[in-house]
Design a protein around this ligand. Sequence first.
Ligand SMILES: [Zn+2]
Ligand SMILES: [Zn+2]
Length: 198
Amino acid sequence: MTPVPAGARRLHDNRWTVPVAALLREPGARRQVRISGPFAGLSVTGSRVSETDEVELDAVLESVHGGILVSGTVRAPWAGECRRCLELAGGLLEAEVRELCVAGGDAETTYGLQGDELDLLPIVHDACILALPLAPLCREGCLGLCPECGANRNVERCSCGTVPVPRWAPLAVLEGGASQGGRGRRDPAPPSSGVPSG
Ligand SMILES: [Zn+2]
Ligand SMILES: [Zn+2]
């Protein structure tokens, strides 16, 4: 479990904390919770969840032997930088959670339980951190930047690497054949039509 950054609570009031005294008294009992709100500190190399967006937890709390089992889904919009074209990338992260919360349990494998209160914030935090993409793509099949001229190949076509510079047609390339997909042999240019060019 990653420690929740100190600043993370600033935004959160107590909305992620739920009273569970009644649940704890009745093993086997379940309770549905749906909580959403802004969340701070959700950032990894490559992507983040904005503090102005809403993170949502939809979960069932189940009273199990001495603790609460939290099962459900965390959803949040994320944004980042495409690893290929460096433009904005984004999407909706969705993470399944299934975590046991017990008082005084092993911090490596369980989350805590504070008396009759269950703080769901660390669970939501960890689920988002694990689900955020480290090297996002703006879309499947992003063409990325041209390694030679830096053009964004999703929005413009450059001629780097697309023109094989055939030995038999160097002039066609020099004359701008590339802009017309000049990969192959070009017909000889028509004779000047005689239209004055200026
Ligand atoms: Zn991209
Ligand atoms: Zn290029």
